[in-house]
Design a protein around this ligand. Structure first.
Ligand code: SF4
Length: 390
């Protein structure tokens, strides 16, 4: 009897229907950065105690961390499950609790694809399971990192593995054929010089060889005071708080929303060198900021919100009226600086008809046109096997 230790899996409110039958690495879903339909956290709270943590609040932070256990029936319609959206799945207590490991085991058994986000080097313990998942295209590991400057990280990520260690983890995973990416989160204006950010992006690209996501620091109204105290510690570590304070003033304007990031004019000086370094290193750069907004126009060579998702692509095709052929699509898509590897992936999905599954486009010859029926998978290979709970 296998006990399922899945924590309750929540369905994100911004999500859309995801096809579930694709091999992970060639799935259109990997292009949709941040549009995960399902996510789970294996712990309530986090022992890494990062100063900038968005979930810093009474009773849900630091050493009061408690593992979360529960069970759910295996479901075929979860799509890719994102582990580690709010608390780290490989924080120290996982060494004993093994809750994250139990999820990997269950996912392998019932064939659910996982995206694992962590700062923890303990992820290497599970290489055996990750390799098995990777063989079937069912996993990607994403290392979260904010800078290579260890003088800063020892102050603001006191219990997390060093950036050097996280680079080593990524390289080790990649060497074992486990897909790996980086998540620069939070990207904090003023933390690094433009030169350092560029070198940082390049180093990450070289270590993972695939893609680097970034997300600007998020501000949350309920936690703003303790959060800003953490930012003061960052200021001490950086020696200057000016850039940060301009981007995130103490009296941050939450009138539009209880959650927010800095205005784009402050984000751009950090996004630009990071993007340049990542693309120079041969990986794709994906800015995930403001993922709930439309993509908007290119500004100074930076796509304002994010790399186009499949739905952005389909909107673009629909807006063109007639049939859109690949060369025209490619001209538009190249503006966003995708890596050659990503262009190759998009082209293969364009050709085999998977790129626009779940959207209202119709295939016509070698192109696509708007106003079609909802495109559904032609085949459905993911069969969820219900595992008995002890
Ligand atoms: S690793 Fe993530 S969840 Fe844990 S303290 Fe740091 S930011 Fe918060």
């Amino acid at each position: 009897m296998t006990e399922l230790l899945f924590v309750s899996i929540s369905e994100g409110k911004y999500m859309h229907r995801l096809p579930s039958a694709f091999e992970f690495q060639t799935s259109a879903e990997t292009l949709r950065a941040h549009h995960w339909r399902s996510y789970t956290d294996t712990y309530k709270g986090c022992e890494f105690e990062c100063q900038y943590c968005l979930y810093k609040g009474p009773g849900e932070y630091g050493r009061h961390v408690q593992p979360v256990k529960g069970s759910i029936p295996a479901r075929a319609d979860l799509g890719i499950v994102d582990i580690g959206t709010t608390t780290d799945p490989y924080q120290p207590m996982e060494a004993d609790q093994k809750i994250t490991r139990s999820i990997l085991e269950a996912a392998l058994e019932i064939r659910i694809p996982l995206f694992v986000l962590t700062r923890g080097n303990l992820v290497l313990r599970d290489v055996d399971l990750l390799r098995e998942l990777a063989k079937d295209g069912l996993v990607e590991v994403c290392l979260s990192i904010i800078t290579l400057n260890e003088a800063i990280t020892t102050r603001i990520e006191p219990n997390a593995p060093s950036p050097t260690e996280r680079l080593r983890v990524a390289e080790e995973l990649a060497a074992k054929d486990i897909p790996v990416a980086f998540h620069v989160a939070p990207l904090i204006p003023g933390l690094d010089t433009p030169e350092n950010l560029s070198a940082f992006g390049k180093r990450l690209a070289e270590a993972c060889g695939s893609h680097v996501f970034s997300a600007m620091l998020g501000a949350r109204k309920p936690y703003w005071k303790p959060f800003y105290a953490g930012m003061d510690a960052i200021a001490d570590a950086c020696g200057s708080f000016e850039t940060f304070e301009r981007a995130y003033p103490r009296d941050f304007d939450f009138s539009r929303d209880a959650a927010g990031t800095c205005d784009f004019e402050y984000a751009l000086p950090a996004l630009t060198p990071l993007r340049d370094g990542v693309t120079e290193g041969g990986a794709t750069y994906v800015s995930e900021n403001y993922p709930f907004l439309t993509t908007g126009p290119l500004e100074n060579g930076i796509y304002r919100w994010k790399l186009p998702t499949v739905y952005d692509m389909s909107s673009w095709v629909q807006a063109r009226g007639g049939v859109v052929e690949w060369p025209d699509f490619l001209d538009w898509y190249r503006d966003f600086r995708p890596s050659d590897r990503l262009v190759e992936l998009v082209k293969s999905l364009w050709d085999n008809g998977e790129l626009f599954l779940g959207t209202y486009l119709a295939r016509q010859g070698t192109g696509y046109t708007g106003g079609g029926e909802l495109m559904l998978p032609a085949h459905h290979t993911l069969v969820a096997k219900r595992t008995p709970v002890a």
